[in-house]
Design a protein around this ligand. Sequence first.
Ligand SMILES: *[C@@H]1O[C@H](CO)[C@@H](O)[C@H](O)[C@H]1NC(C)=O
Length: 176
Amino acid sequence: MTMSLTPRSVVLIFFLALVFILPLIGTAEEGSSSHLEEVLRNHGLPAGLFPQSVKSFKLDRMGHLEVHLDRPCLAQYETAVFFDTIIKANLSFGQLKVLEGMSREELFLWLPVKDIIVTDQTSGLIIIDIGFALKRLSFSRFDEPRACRSHHGLGFRMDGRKGIGFGYGGGHSDQR
Ligand SMILES: *[C@@H]1O[C@H](CO)[C@@H](O)[C@H](O)[C@H]1NC(C)=O
């Protein structure tokens, strides 16, 4: 039996190949925690923004970053930082816009981290936007990924921007 490749079947094979190959192109990078450190460095950000317990991450071409941990946990930087099992963010050079999954303790409140920015590589500072305030912190504090322990003391769930504590209403206009 011979199989002849008619023009029609060539076209069919071409389209089948597209269907199977296209989904693979969407995900540019996928990897482990050490690879994530490299990705952060290449974006001008400190390598230790995420804890040691990172299991995997996905980063697509649009800069959508999704970081997976084994479980929610707390890491101690200059203050306690809460990481949910999945952290979603938009990554671009010098900036990590956190969409959900990261909060920090500030004056006994848990505030969702919204934005992590390095405006000037030479300043040695990173800026963390927690809604009503910008924290300027030393770059070196985030050089190394920290250990992250499970959060037995926290009996509540925090959902990124909708984190508990301070209901950020986009300014002071709603105060009376
Ligand atoms: C993150 O990226 C998506 C798609 O590119 C965009 O729609 C969204 O507004 C971005 N979020 C922030 C907070 O910039």
